[in-house]
Design a binder for this molecule. Structure first.
Ligand code: NAD
Length: 285
């Protein structure tokens, strides 16, 4: 029976520390760190994500600024809003909630955010620092950074281990594969075009999955004693589920993240962490 890697507990611990740090920084600087959240249109899921992020900011004392923009805004206007936030000295972090309406390019707007305020860690400058392992010098993407915190907190050794990343998105799969590689794991990256996925997953000591395909990973695809990190979030019959058949895989794995309550809370925690980090870097601490 696997150890359950508890994202809620770990988040609570990290957020508690951040709250104290924010209090101290506010006394020193005269204002708390501030995060600007840009929301375009009224996608229901995005509204919920934004609400949760703003609530989490409030809980640790980070000031949040919500910028709600109409769904038919042009790329130029959206970029102009981001430019204003870049130039606003009282704003430390900027995120643009994705997905954007189809006529807008998320790459164009992400490239427009100042790298030092890019608390999602999606800007090419931060992606480059992630690739090079220069974590202290930039802002790392929240979900992969949150996963690495699990390994740290639970003392899970990565060096020399076979790690398999299923999913190769720019926001999760690629940066997480890269972080595993920087930690000296032997990394395979699988995706929709991978032939015989099970061949790879069965050899994984560390198995990370971010596909959005509910229950893609079955027990017979998992090595006995593996550490399984489920990043996927899907809704099946009104229930939130991951990419892993949790009930069966937990009998075989040595450690596993649940969905919900695993990686999800850690993603928001790392957004708070990045906002405090951006503030400190900007203030020269
Ligand atoms: P994405 O949706 O951009 O891409 C999906 C990836 O999965 C691609 O690399 C694709 O090739 C791969 N894939 C799809 N079907 C596959 C299959 N049958 N076999 C092997 N690979 C397959 O990826 P994303 O944006 O990283 O999101 C993935 C999942 O993670 C989604 O469910 C998303 O909601 C979730 N997510 C969760 C968090 C969190 O905080 N827990 C954060 C980001 C994303």
């Amino acid at each position: 029976m696997a150890v359950i890697l508890d994202g809620k507990e770990l988040s609570k611990k990290i957020r508690g520390k951040l709250k104290e740090e924010v209090k101290e920084l506010k006394e020193k600087v005269g204002r708390p760190p501030a995060l600007a959240v840009v929301l375009v249109g009224n996608d229901v899921a995005s509204e919920i994500y934004v609400r949760n992020k703003i609530k989490a900011c409030g809980e640790v004392g980070i000031r949040s600024i919500e910028k709600r923009l109409p769904a038919d805004i042009s790329q130029e206007e959206l970029n102009r809003v981001v430019k204003e936030l870049n130039e606003d000295d009282t704003v430390d972090g900027i995120i643009v909630q994705l997905p954007l309406p189809e006529h807008l390019s998320c790459r164009k707007v992400i490239n427009y955010i100042s790298p030092e305020k890019d608390v999602d860690g999606f800007h090419p400058v931060n992606a480059g620092k992630c690739l090079l392992g220069l974590y202290d010098e930039g802002l790392m993407p929240c979900t992969p950074a949150g996963v690495m915190k699990f390994f740290e907190e639970y003392g899970i050794e990565l060096q020399g281990k076979n790690a398999v990343m299923v999913g190769h998105s720019n926001i999760v799969g690629k940066p997480l594969a890269n972080m595993l590689l920087n930690a000296n794991a032997t990394v395979s990256v699988c995706h929709i075009y991978t032939e015989d996925l099970a061949h790879y997953t069965r050899n994984a000591d560390i198995l990370c999955v971010a596909t959005g395909v509910p229950y893609l990973i079955k027990a017979d695809m998992v090595k006995e004693g593996a550490v399984v990190i489920d990043i996927g979030i899907s809704r099946v019959n009104g229930k939130i589920v991951g990419d892993v058949d949790f009930e069966r895989v937990k009998e075989k794995a040595s450690a596993i993240t649940p969905v919900p309550g695993g990686v999800g809370p850690m993603t928001i925690t790392m957004l708070l962490f990045n906002t405090v980090k951006a503030f400190k870097m900007r203030m020269g601490y």
